[in-house]
Design a protein. Structure first.
Length: 191
């Protein structure tokens, strides 16, 4: 059994979740990056899904303006390679949302494809008052996953890498979460 990342909880009400956690169909695609931003600042930027494309290169578009447990999350992915001519729509249900002083996380499950079950968690952990560990954890199983395992593994890796790079880049830019609806602001341009 693959142990989940910190904060990635099994859902006792969903037998597919327990099967996924116990599954050896794939190792989770997971990683973390330490970001030089306080957890509250990073969370303010992260919890606005329709702003994700502004800092996370795996997203082309996202519909939701907020993260709410039980709601559908709708977005479109960029292709895993710039020269691939596709955009991939996605829909998932937010099944876990934690907002505690020193940790934040959101988990969604993807069940829209027949024979495919996946869970993706983004998690944030305060390292101190000025730094946060940002992480991504994703795992899938099912017949449809097995048929296209090579694609899904590449896709999940792309999502992880783009997400971690995007979170790191937020700290490299001047960020003002109270300006422009929580979007990163380039102070050199905003005068």
């Amino acid at each position: 059994m693959t142990s989940p990342s910190p904060g990635v909880a099994a859902d006792p009400d969903d037998p597919r979740c327990a099967a996924l956690m116990a599954s050896d169909e794939m190792e989770p695609i997971a990683g973390t990056v330490d970001v030089d931003l306080p957890i509250d600042t990073l969370w303010e930027l992260f919890k606005v899904p329709n702003a994700w494309p502004s800092w996370n290169g795996c997203f082309f578009w996202a519909h939701n303006r907020s993260l709410e447990r039980g709601r559908q999350l709708v977005w479109i992915f960029q292709p895993i390679r710039w020269w691939m001519l596709y955009k991939m729509p996605a829909m998932a249900k937010i099944v876990e949302l934690v907002e505690e002083p020193t940790r934040r996380l959101v988990t969604w499950k993807v069940v829209i494809l027949p024979g495919f079950y996946a869970r993706h968690t983004y998690h944030l952990e305060a390292l101190d008052s000025a730094r946060t560990r940002f992480g991504s954890w994703e795992k899938a199983q099912g017949f449809s996953f097995r048929c296209l395992r090579r694609f899904w593994t590449a896709h999940f890796t792309f999502v992880r890498d783009a997400s971690l790079a995007g979170a790191r880049a937020l700290a490299d830019r001047a960020v003002d979460p109270l300006t422009a609806g929580g979007l990163p602001v380039d102070r050199a341009r905003s005068g």
